[in-house]
Write a protein that binds this ligand. Sequence first.
Ligand code: PMP
Ligand code: GLU
Length: 402
Amino acid sequence: MAVQDILQISQRVRSLAVSATLAMSQKSAELKAAGVDVINLSVGEPDFFTPDHIKAAAKTAIDENYSFYTPVPGYLSLRKAIADKLSRENGLDFEPSQIVVGNGAKQALCNVILSCINPGDEVVIPVPAWVSYVEMVKLAEGIPVTVSAGIDTDFKITPTQLRQALTRHTRAVLFCSPSNPTGSVYSREELQALVAVLADYPDVLVIADEIYEHINFTGSFTSLASFGAIADRCAIINGVSKAYAMTGWRIGYCACPPDLAKAVTKLQGQYTSGASSIAQKAAEAAYTGPQDCVREMCAAFRRRRDLVVSLARQIPGLRVNEPQGAFYLFPEVSAYLGTSDGETTIHTSGDLALYLLDKAHVATVDGAAFSAPGYIRLSYATSDDNIREAMRRIADALAQLH
Ligand code: PMP
Ligand code: GLU
């Protein structure tokens, strides 16, 4: 067998798209390293440092020799802290045995998808949606069924759209609110109306990605698992990355029905084992310690939301909604398709994102990566100065397009 045959990459991996959020961020880091003054609005992560009491817990864990393999689903003390959080903040009743901690919400979600999707099963995904949903379903050989909602409906799907997407092959529905990439937040009433549809489909698992729960400017958050009609078939995905500014610590979890939690644990036991001991102790401190840090960061994101929206609304041709959560703006940019600065012609929103990187030195992400061509995503989890400068540069670069 020739070496190139041995090294041939599997069809499974070849058919995956590269994560556009991570790729754009990498590209912007490379430009920065080469001396270009790039403002990175591509990757979505809080720019704050992890709060001190959480860092202190990690240091203590090192000194106390938390250096051994951890239980596959996570330390019991952490799972108890998460169960308490779900009860205290969301009014939900989960046993620690229903919670499996993984390497970030990303792994927690992929664990759930790989544990419940058979080849050919359909997974309904409202879009625009985070880049990894469709790819994770493909990894499980499932069929992503996207349901589109544009800026005119504040990027929210209707109960009728949901009903039309559900078939006898539907195995799961994957919701995200507050949403990445749009910042939209479904109200309790809007969720109730979707749940009324799901009530007619008792075999469908409801996966609720609630990672942006605490970056929410509406003043109220409703977990999908709080609706009695679907509570016993909900898998909640959450973690510490966004709420506690802990993206690099890699701790997330699923809270799900007992059999699914067992399956996820079996999978993780063969795949990555329990998550990092030190990071788990830090996450435990995050859930059990003071919560003012969460409120303070949310207030900062809200101020920045107001700033970025007001600046974006002054730029001709950008259509923006007012995001109610997360830290993304998702402008519609189709007014610029077909324009040119005399050198570069913009055919797609992907061309526009590259043009902004080349000409304005601002990194954004093409909406197509979120199954929504015609839009771009800006993460405003950065300083007010960066936001002002980035929007000034974007306005100047867009003004060159005719
Ligand atoms: N879900 C959504 C919607 C996200 O934006 C992210 C952040 N990339 C994740 C899950 C994964 O987060 P984590 O850092 O915990 O893996
Ligand atoms: N949530 C972030 C984003 O959407 C992190 C990068 C990723 O994992 O996709 O940019």
